[in-house]
Design a protein around this ligand. Sequence first.
Ligand code: SAM
Length: 278
Amino acid sequence: MEEDSSRPYSFKVGNHTLIRGDCLNVLRKMPESSVDVVVTSPPYNLGIAYNSYKDQKAETEYLDWLVSICIEIKRVIKKDGAFFLNIAGSSSNPWLPFELMVRLRKIFYLQNHIEWVKSISIGTNSHGHFKPVVSNRFLHRNHENLFHLTKTGNVKINRLGVGVPYKDKSNIIRRSHQHDLRCRGDVWFVPYDTIRKKAEKFNHPGTFPVTLPQMCLKLHGIPNPLVVDPFMGTGTTLLATHLEGGRAIGIDIDRNYVKIAKERIKTLFSSDEHSSKS
Ligand SMILES: C[S@@+](CC[C@H](N)C(=O)[O-])C[C@H]1O[C@@H](n2cnc3c(N)ncnc32)[C@H](O)[C@@H]1O
């Protein structure tokens, strides 16, 4: 019998749960104050060619929709939980993330605004990758926003969880630091791996690198967190959660992406098994 493609379903891979469904409906059924961290990247409403989701709503409809999801996210995260929201505009629609943030101001505290830098040139050296913008008026867009939203604005973070070693080691003794680590600050250079084919990005048009959600979880710093990604895509947040020793729930509207996420997570379990045998 043909499976109803609109019917929600869920299954487990190890201790992670994957759900094919509309995240708003799924979040509404989740218990309040039950989740440690949400890390997600919603569709940006830029007409990106997803498999089934149409990434082109009227702007007000899009913002209302995302705000209603964010209200549910606030309900499900714990008082000391965190919501890491990755979103970017485009050269022709640069205001979008800020329009959203102005609306979210009534709902969340913006505890940190992190710039995710995908590519940077230092002097004459270039690092990382970006999609070129062909234009005589716009620069290439090499960064995205990563908003760290909380319920109180007062949630403790583990700054050294994503810290960097001191350049000038004399700082360690002079300032009586316990470790050779300082706060990284709010600009994170997290490049994509070099890829030459779409298949290497799992045939999905908008993934983030595993390191990005991993850094969010390290910064939040709670051991064994319960993590939710309402827009799971290929399951990158679930992979990061697994690597950080947590339990994840991922939701996506598209059955193909859920399938891809499942395959990606399964490979982690086989590599865990392999490393425990060797
Ligand atoms: C920017 S992508 C997320 C990519 C993900 N971070 C990754 O690394 O693979 C956004 C995803 O949201 C999904 N989506 C769109 N509407 C949705 C909805 N109502 N509920 C759940 N997922 C949805 C799309 O299918 C798409 O995979």
